[in-house]
Design a protein around this ligand. Structure first.
Ligand SMILES: NC(=O)c1ccc[n+]([C@@H]2O[C@H](COP(=O)([O-])OP(=O)(O)OC[C@H]3O[C@@H](n4cnc5c(N)ncnc54)[C@H](O)[C@@H]3O)[C@@H](O)[C@H]2O)c1
Length: 324
């Protein structure tokens, strides 16, 4: 298939592009490089440096490369920043997504897979979380994803798009070639591994949550398994929007992540226990039975140690990230 990946120079996009290429697809990466890395784009992909707001450029790129499907990942992803600068997030994530939808309509492309998030569930009323559970995001980042899903729902019906929204839980791990390097980094596993590598303190925010050890609990999904979820979603042909959770269905607490990091790295973390941060969820665990039953996806690397080991291997090979 001929696929365009917006945000393909970012963490998850680089691994998706790698897996798409391995499976024999033709890939165009479309990224502004505002947060991505050109070194994270495979030389086998065609790279276009562009912004999602540039509808005309996007439509021309789709037409010029006879693109059949779009994987739309380009977005700003920092929850705290979305609270301080919500306008920037609505502009980039919502307006940008509308522009992608319009460019697809202009160019006659009818298939899209969208990167959504578990953050749109807010504080879940029960665990594990199912797709039909209440979506009540507690920050603008989550709202931008929910708004985009709503735009997709209506536009998919009106334009006969096959639209798939994948609600990722916590992406983690690395492939042999590409790994996680956000600046600033806000995600737990790369932060813990960097602390282990550099001998710096590691902060646990909240030790009095109602979980088995008092620290917050998350469902970590290997980035390669996430990539495979996109590949199976591209096989859908029926028009309309479908929404799927993508997680392993099991939670790990922060203390369990730390224990795994210490096992894998052979180093002891210097832990500083701090109060809860406002807005942090207690626990998020995915019920992913829908994507397993309907699209045949299943995680190949569900074990936390395997996920952390892949991330550690990548960090050891890239101690300065994608150094320019
Ligand atoms: N990392 C996670 O655990 C996680 C969880 C849930 C959802 N997601 C979603 O997955 C997607 C990718 O996340 P990531 O961790 O790889 O982030 P990332 O920041 O590493 O990658 C995002 C990429 O999009 C590009 N980009 C941003 N806005 C753009 C725009 N308007 N036009 C063109 N390019 C633009 C950036 O330059 C970057 O390369 C995002 O949509 C994010 O919301 C990520």
């Amino acid at each position: 298939m001929r696929v365009l990946v917006t945000g393909g120079a970012g963490y998850i996009g680089s691994v998706i592009t790698e897996e798409l290429l391995k499976a024999g697809n033709f890939v165009v990466v479309y990224d502004s490089l505002e947060h991505g890395h050109i070194q994270a784009v495979s030389s086998q992909a065609t790279f276009v440096c562009g912004h999602t707001s540039d509808r005309m450029r996007l439509a021309q790129t789709l037409a010029a490369h006879q693109i059949e499907a779009v994987i739309h990942m380009a977005a700003f992803i920092e929850v705290n920043k979305s609270v301080s600068d919500p306008d920037v997030y609505f502009q980039n994530n919502v307006s940008g997504s509308l522009s992608v939808i319009q460019a697809m309509h202009d160019a006659g492309v009818k298939k899209i897979v969208f990167s959504s998030t578990a953050a749109l569930y807010g504080d879940p009323q029960k665990l594990p979380i199912q797709e039909q559970d209440l979506a009540a995001p507690t920050n603008p980042y989550g709202v931008t994803k929910l708004m985009t899903e709503e735009m997709l729902r209506w536009c998919a019906d009106a334009f006969q798009f096959t639209a798939t929204s994948l609600r990722y839980f916590n992406a983690a791990g690395a492939s042999d070639l590409y790994g996680e390097m956000h600046e600033p980094e806000t995600h737990l596993i790369p932060l813990a591994l960097r602390a282990a590598l550099q001998g710096k303190p590691f902060y646990i925010f909240g030790t009095d949550y109602p979980t088995r050890d008092g620290s917050a609990e998350r469902d970590y999904i290997h980035v390669r398994d996430l990539a495979q979820a996109h590949i199976v979603a591209l096989q859908r042909t029926d028009p309309g929007l479908k929404i799927y959770n993508v997680g392993v269905g099991r939670g790990s607490t922060i203390r369990e992540v730390i224990a795994s990091v210490e096992r894998i790295t052979g180093r002891t973390l210097q832990i500083i226990e701090s109060p809860r941060r406002a807005g942090d969820q207690v626990a998020t665990i995915a019920d992913s039975r829908k994507i397993q039953a309907e699209l045949g996806w299943k995680p190949a690397f569900p074990e936390l140690d395997d996920i952390i080991e892949s991330a550690w291997k990548w960090l050891m090979n890239h101690p300065n990230g994608y150094a320019r």
